[in-house]
Design a protein around this ligand. Structure first.
Ligand code: ZN
Length: 163
């Protein structure tokens, strides 16, 4: 059985910045990710590399920004009141920190460029924008999707959508 449209796939990954070789994040300290193939639940470059794989496969793929979080845009800096940030209690925003800001479309990740007492200058590019991303993947399990998963456009279960 090979991964194809409407396969439900469970996988572990390690995500590395392919240019600096720094590890960004990994699923290995928790549950594997569960996703529904063919519904844009994961970045397109990784989804393309998943096609035709099988349970037990281990592989690496380097995904350019165009097929991940997009290119950095220079005009995406904005000054916002500190109170619009979703910060843990007693956290002071600092330059370089990744924060979430409340927007009309819900919380969005952003990077603090400059922090003042009442306002912060944010870079609203996704923190991974402009990066070449290396995914080291292991396919843990796969199955056919249930009808309600196809209807919802996402996988149900641990590591996927739970509702
Ligand atoms: Zn659902």
């Amino acid at each position: 059985m090979k991964i194809d449209k409407n396969s439900v796939v469970q996988f572990h990954y390690i995500l590395t910045d392919a240019d600096s070789n720094e590890q960004i994040e990994t699923s290995r300290d928790g549950d594997p990710v569960l996703y529904l193939h063919g519904h844009r639940n994961i970045v397109s470059g990784l989804e393309e590399a998943m096609l035709g794989r099988e349970k037990g496969d281990v592989f690496s793929v380097t995904v350019p920004p165009e097929k991940a979080y997009g290119l950095r845009q220079e005009n995406r800096q904005q000054r916002v009141p500190v109170k619009h940030l979703l910060l843990a209690k007693k956290t002071q925003p600092k330059a370089g920190m990744t924060v979430h800001v409340q927007t009309d479309q819900g919380p969005m990740p952003a990077t603090v460029v400059k922090a003042g007492k009442f306002t912060v200058d944010l870079d609203l590019n996704h923190p991974f924008a402009g990066k070449n991303l290396q995914f080291d993947v292991e396919i843990i399990a796969m199955r056919e999707a249930e009808a309600d998963e196809v209807a919802h456009g996402h996988a149900h279960g641990i590591g996927g959508h739970q509702h």
